[in-house]
Design a protein around this ligand. Sequence first.
Ligand code: BGC
Length: 731
Amino acid sequence: MKKLTPYFLGLASMCAIACQPQSDQKASDGKLSEAEIEARINEILPQLSIEEKSAMCHAQSKFSTPGVARLGIPELWWSDGPHGVRAEINWNDWGYAGWNNDSCTAFPALSALAATFNPDLAYIYGVALGEESRYRKKNVILGPGVNIYRTPLNGRNFEYMGEDPFLASTLVVPYIHGVQSTGTATSVKHYALNNQEDDRMGVNVQVSERALRELYLPAFKAAVVDGGAWTIMGSYNRYNNQHCCHNEILLMDILKKEWNFDGVVVSDWGGVHDTKEAARFGLDVEMGSFTNGLDAQLGNFSWDDYNLAKPYINAIKKGELPVADLDDKARRILRLNFRTNNGWGPGRMTCPDHMKTAHDVAQEAVTLLKNEGAVLPLDPAKKLTIAVIGENATRTLVKAGGSSELKPKYEIAPLDGIRNEFPNANIEYATGYTSGPAFYGFAPAPKEDQAKLKAEAVELAQKADLVIYVGGLNKNYQQDCEGGDRTAYELPFNQDALISALADVNKNMVVVLASGNAYSMPWIDKVPAVVQAWYLGSESGNVVAEVLCGKINPSGKLPFSFPVKLEDSAPHSFNDPMVYPGVDHQEIYKEDILVGYRWHDTKGIKPLFPFGFGLSYTTFDVKDIKVSNTASNINVSANIANTGNVNGAEVLQVYVGKVDSKVARAQKELKGFQKLAVNKGASANANISIPVESLKFYNEETKAWELEKGKYVVYVGTSSADILSTTEIEL
Ligand code: BGC
């Protein structure tokens, strides 16, 4: 009998490092090198039958793929993603399994991470998430998401990293490094052009190759090339009339050939439609294709019916499809298996360190948009009567939103956080409006009488010394949720009228809004303070209250623009359903390379709040801005002094624009930034170096990146609209 090789490292070696942060482990501690992994794969592959290889290429349950039991090759377990490890799902259906051991730490949403402008936080976020995934025995966490924010109506913008490809690229790389330092694979999603939820399974995106290359692909490229992501998830939509889970241009030409991706392409759940395309055009693992698992014997659509199961095996056996593609898929899947089963520690879950990470990220994310008369921070020593109004003061914002929903060990609600931080205040609460229970899939009609709720809230506000309004979107269907876009740019449930009515009776009002999207603020002139609070996860209420009382000095910056009205946002300015949301499954990105602030700046449209904007409780003086350049780099330095009374942090931002370009260009694009923590009375130096390479545009005729010679303008500032210096340079 043939002696079988023990292909995978034993569990014993893992136990020695239990409860250690895995990031401390060095690659040398008994792990197989990449070359050793390839050698083992070379030994294994010839021993596998076509059936065994095909089995690894598709799901065996909702969130697992089989190994090869007779050879001791383990199954792979996949989990959402991307803000925490999702609760266990049933083997055969989408129901929750009801386990008692699967509560997690809920980290802030990726849109909040983007608002930190802090790559170090992205790394520690990744480490903590990777450790939680390990503890839950997951090989792959389904995230991060880096689809570019094109329209404020997109239901999933909260899961992505904003409208700027440089910002998203800068944050996605450390996130991936953090997660994968624990032995958990990331799955960058949704590749590519999944910029809306309406018609997400059908829409065919028509976009210029230039906009594709300059806006929609850079963060994926950074994730693969610089981040070294071990898996990537194809998106539901189509590009070039081909579904993105088996798209020849995106997966074969760009991802696998141009970027040399050596990992696994996994489909989005149910995103595969054609066996031959799936076999030939880059898909490696097919998940969730609307089967109910192992019920073949009951006559249902079963896991044998996956495109990459029996239909694939039959086509190979008939000689219609080459076995070489299957071998390539099996090789990649084995590589993923070895990479994630390589003597890593067992991870840890819901530990104080992870809760602290959730808190650290949240506290740098909160973005102060308005603070007239320094109404914030509020003095917790004062014996005030505070009216807290708004449904999001008490509602869960973690257990909603679609596949990213989580079962957190705890989630602090803003009302509880406020009660803790303001023990001397008399706090009274009214919901003011209601949206109905948390639901995913349809919008439940609220049963309560909205007029009555509004009247109660106005009465409470009238009697109070101060109003803290906590509202916004709430991750219900069409309110920042997978599967549907928002139907309006306004805040839902008549909140605009409510906020306005509250401001009429009490001028001393702070508005705190949760969302992962921009919205209009018709009441902005009536209220002195506005706080953008994102979706902050487990520590949400604590962080909101700590910002309000000044324990935290906000330093978040907007990762996307807030247009005044919907028509000011690029795709909506055309007022053409072909541009959004598409007609007969076809959609044209007519705004081309001008998305977000690129559109506002170039067209001279003033936003309500610009990209990169966020206030602080202190003041900063940015001095000595120096801009110089060599043939390869633009160097920017500046001194930032904290001239106020509290410690704080500022983000210096460098944008570059081309003068007299031969092609259409945005007025300017973000090319560098640095976040600096500066104590009161102190100052710090920012030093930003921008590779000249990054100024290239994509030439569609030559199909190459091209650097134009001549004059460029370097804009240095604290938001895309707050520019402190402009310098012309010659390249
Ligand atoms: C979502 C993915 C998710 C997958 C598994 C899909 O519907 O688009 O983001 O990872 O489901 O839950």
